[in-house]
Design a protein around this ligand. Structure first.
Ligand code: HEC
Ligand code: HEC
Length: 382
């Protein structure tokens, strides 16, 4: 049972959060859902060949080439570089024609033989940043959280005066968005279609046009002979099913460790919970396994200004210093922290918080070493 700090707008949750062993499906799936989960998993790990439409430019040939540790859908050692242009008037240009949204570091052999090249730098970019691989565990529940729940927590003008605003992200077409570190993708299905295009150079019925999938800046004619869409709606749907039915990873079992309990209290009293909201609840859903279930995500899924030290790229609704609160669920399985993986120490990740998180960061920094350790011990159970 999670106690929320005073002033929080979310009611007390009475259903315990749902989870399973890492990489396992949600409990209580129907037989049909389980079949779809397994079929989707097979596609998530399946390498795509250039003859099937991979490329002309791409980063990897399978979802699981990046999302792999400690189970399919997890993190990985690679990262993706993005480049964007942020203007003084606050506008963000993803530099799609210049290849900016995701820099693609590989080309297919055919493209290379025709004189095509991978991307390196992006003309006109003001900001370039690396993004490490997030988990896709539990994202079906994240997808099912009502947008009203997120809106209720947003405080864009900081009316309550706690120094923490929090804004709902938006995608390129103005839809409220919760996926991606810049909260710039509205739904799980949108993200899957985007990933096929941006990471693998595969067109889908959602993005049938090669121009978003690595043919810009221009590649030689004939670089990508496969007929579009290269991935059909069925394949795309199954990959979404895999992620939809993939359970949140279970926390470590350390019941009764007084230090962990103390660390949990610190996490509340320092104000970490104001952004890293311990639990969120999905709305009604056609699948019983998801419907009204809670997820121990440790994020509010809102954008926060994190200060100049964490400057990265911009997104349609986010400035270079704004990020969606990183979920801490599964933190013990991660080895590199913050969006660009700049540190391998959780302690440093906390100390690098600035902007809206400056107060919480300073309060943590002011603790004695032993009390700091209790907080780290708690985080290491997630
Ligand atoms: C080259 C590495 C790479 C490949 C291949 C890749 N991804 Fe990702 N994925 C990333 C990175 C990097 C991010 C973070 C991007 C961001 O925050 O904007 C990400 C984010 C995601 C997210 C959003 C997670 C969240 O917390 O909001 C989903 C969903 C996702 N990927 C699904 C997929 C699917 C499905 C595939 C295969 C079609 C795939 N990815 C292939 C690197 C990859
Ligand atoms: C104002 C909102 C906010 C507050 C308050 C806040 N955080 Fe964060 N936290 C974030 C955001 C946003 C990120 C992602 C930053 C990035 O990726 O560059 C993050 C990232 C992290 C990470 C790295 C996770 C990872 O996998 O990379 C840890 C650990 C963390 N926070 C712990 C804490 C702790 C402990 C506190 C309290 C002392 C705290 N945070 C307070 C917003 C907040």
């Amino acid at each position: 049972m999670i106690l929320l700090s005073p002033g929080c707008t979310t009611p007390q949750l009475n259903t315990p959060p749902v989870f399973a062993d890492v990489g396992e499906p949600l409990p209580f799936l129907t037989d049909d859902e389980l079949v779809r989960f397994e079929a989707g998993k097979a596609l998530f790990v399946r390498p795509f060949a250039p003859s099937e439409g991979l490329g002309p430019r791409f980063n990897e040939n399978a979802c699981s080439a990046c999302h792999t540790f400690p189970a399919d859908g997890g993190t990985g050692e690679t990262s993706v570089t993005k480049a964007t242009r942020f203007s003084d008037d606050g506008r963000c240009d993803l530099l799609v024609p210049q290849g900016g949204e995701n820099i693609r570091i590989q080309v297919t052999p055919l493209t290379r033989s025709l004189g095509g090249f991978p991307e390196r730098s992006v003309a006109g970019a003001t900001h370039t940043a690396r993004f490490t691989i997030p988990f896709v565990f539990g994202l079906g529940l994240v997808d099912a959280i009502p947008v009203e729940t997120l809106e209720a927590r947003a405080d864009p003008d900081d009316r309550d005066g706690d120094g923490i605003s929090g804004r709902l992200g938006t995608d390129g077409s103005g839809q409220p968005a919760r996926f991606g570190r810049k909260a710039d993708v509205a739904t799980l299905a949108d993200f899957a279609a985007g990933a096929f295009g941006l990471e693998m150079g595969l067109t889908t019925p959602v993005h049938p046009d090669e121009s978003r999938t690595g043919s810009l800046p221009a590649v030689p004619e004939g670089s990508d002979p496969a007929a579009d869409p290269e991935v059909d709606a069925e394949t795309l749907g199954r990959v979404v099913d895999f992620m939809r039915f993939l359970a949140p990873p279970a926390p470590a079992e350390l019941d009764g460790d007084p230090q962990v309990a103390q660390g949990r209290e610190q996490f509340e009293s320092l104000g970490c919970v104001r952004c890293h909201v311990p639990e969120m609840r999905a709305g009604h859903h056609a699948s019983t396994a998801l419907s009204d279930q809670s997820i121990a995500l440790f994020s509010d899924l809102l954008l926060h200004d994190m200060g100049a030290a964490l400057t990265g790229t911009c997104a349609p609704g986010a400035s270079p210093t704004e990020y969606r609160t990183e979920p801490l669920m599964g933190l013990r399985y991660r080895q590199l922290y913050l969006h660009d993986g700049r540190t391998s120490r959780v302690m440093d990740a906390i100390l690098l918080h600035g902007g809206e998180a400056q107060k919480a960061r300073d309060a943590f920094a002011a603790l004695d070493r032993l009390t700091q350790e209790t907080l780290l011990r708690f985080l290491n159970t997630l």
